[in-house]
Design a protein around this ligand. Structure first.
Ligand code: CP
Length: 317
């Protein structure tokens, strides 16, 4: 593995999941792997889970992780080639990234989309600039379009809760929110589940919320949430804004928040959400607080996903 930006960087998903589960059993199994190495965790956006779980993962590998909130503590970065920097940006990524590459053996970075300019966001300008200029492996802690560490965690959690002896049905369901959110988690979950190929996979969302087909191809798409939920074993709930009418929130008919009544249609499905979740907007209290909710297990598994990925990269440098 050279970088960890999407599922396309992973040769064998099952092997990576097995590695993560091995670390869950024995967190300090490779405590010397990262000795004398340094990992940079660069944040352009807020985080609870990603930030803390990746720090713990690095520590379990004997590596020092240094967190830098670029958006609050760093100089405003410029990404445009040939920019005349007489505005608000202070430092070009062409200058910052190679320097950071001398400080760190691996750079992990979180950035969000603007949700204003689709072609800029889907070009992954920030992550690709760091890959181009840093000269060390780059790990996405969530990018403009994808959240691969979350998706690896999601598959680890699904593996731990698989029904005996049969292929599960997994439903990714859109849910309401009060403001436009990125498509990253949904894009990435679809991409990983499709490549993993070990489940029947349905994506359900209202009209106007179709995701980019480069990620969803292979999944069944339904605009009828209750039909989609029938016999589901896992229901992954997430809001996202429109991809086609980029960043907009087209009006929605009906109530799309999964509640206990809707969950009764399923095969006593396990409920998943990447967190943070807006209670009683995206998901009801009764569902989140039920024994079928996996959200804490998911969040906890973020450590083992990050540790598996960092271990792969440390082994390759
Ligand atoms: N799920 C997730 O990435 O959470 P944070 O934004 O808190 O890191």
């Amino acid at each position: 593995m050279k970088n960890f930006i999407s599922v396309n960087d992973v040769e064998n998903i099952d092997a990576l999941v097995a590695k993560a589960l091995h670390f869950k059993e024995s967190p300090l199994a490779n405590i010397n792997l990262g000795k004398n190495k340094k990992i940079g965790l660069l944040f352009l956006n807020p985080s609870l889970r990603t930030r803390i779980s990746t720090q713990i993962a690095a520590q379990n590998l004997g590596t020092e992780a240094i967190v830098f909130n670029i958006d609050k503590e760093g100089w405003a970065l410029e990404f445009a080639e040939g920019a005349i920097m007489n505005g608000t940006t202070v430092e070009h990524v062409k200058d910052a990234a190679p320097l950071l590459g001398t400080y760190f053996n691996i750079i992990c970075i979180r950035t969000f989309p603007s949700l204003k300019n689709r072609s800029d966001d889907y070009a992954e300008t920030v992550i690709n600039a760091f890959i181009k200029y840093a000269g060390v492996p780059i790990v996405s802690l969530e990018s403009a379009t994808l959240h691969p560490l979350q998706s690896l965690t999601d598959i680890i959690t699904i593996k731990e809760n698989m029904p005996e002896g049969r292929r599960p049905k997994i439903v990714l369901s859109w849910a309401p929110h009060i403001k436009p959110l990125p498509q990253c988690v949904a894009n990435s979950f679809a991409q990983w589940i499709n490549k993993w190929g070990q489940a029947d996979f349905v994506i359900t969302h209202p009209d106007g919320y179709a995701l980019d087909t480069q990620f969803t191809e292979g999944a069944e798409i339904s605009h009828h949430q209750e039909e989609a939920l029938a016999n589901a074993d896992f229901v992954y709930v997430k809001n996202w804004s429109s991809y086609n009418n980029y960043g907009a929130m087209p009006p929605v008919t009906g109530n799309w928040m999964p509640d206990a009544k809707k969950m009764a249609i399923t095969n006593q499905a396990k409920i998943m959400h990447c967190l943070p979740v807006r209670r009683n907007v995206e998901l009801s209290d009764e569902v989140l607080d039920s024994p079928d909710s996996l959200v804490t297990q998911q969040g906890s598994n973020r450590v083992w996903a990050a540790q598996a990925v960092l271990a792969e990269l440390l082994q390759s440098i």
